[in-house]
Design a protein around this ligand. Sequence first.
Ligand SMILES: [Zn+2]
Length: 219
Amino acid sequence: MKNIIFIAPPAAGKGTQSAIIEKKYSLPHISTGDILRTEASSDTELGRYIREVLSTGGLVKDEITYDLLLKRLSQDDCKNGYILDGFPRNLEQAYKYEEILNKLNQNLGYVIYLDIAEDILEKRITGRRICENCGNVYNINSETQRPKLESICDKCGGRLYQRNDDNVSSFKNRYQLFLNKTKPILDYYKEKGVLYVINGNDTVTNIAQKIDEVLIKGM
Ligand SMILES: [Zn+2]
């Protein structure tokens, strides 16, 4: 049984690592955003309510999210575990998640934290450049991911651009939100003995290997 929660600050490489684990262990990738969007596409009263809230940029009531999460985690494909992404984001959600697990007669499993310093994340985000033609991603602050010519794609010669929210102030906001809301969860999980801290300032392969070691040891 591998129930896995990934916790990481913005731009720490959580998406990349969860995709690797997902594939390697054939685990479903579950995010509350996806669950809500799926429900919103159904022609039910609940679906219509969620559709309306999401279309106005509002937040769906927590209780509804919890109910849908319980329903999703009780499906057959979650029997051997799953990767939960973007949830819980704060302590209140962490408590609720355990109520859900109790109902399902399951345990917390692994909480994996990708630990990486703020200044490194900031460099990653502000240095990110994307090719407008082929979508290849570069980083002008990284020796290994820098394009040969600044603002030109190595692969296709297309022009590189910077995404609107890849700037310092947007990063600072997201990082502060992470520190205030999500970081307290780490202490909580540490006390429960389910927290595994992985150094996120390493290559994709090395990080994946360390996560692997945690999951294998804990089997
Ligand atoms: Zn390109």
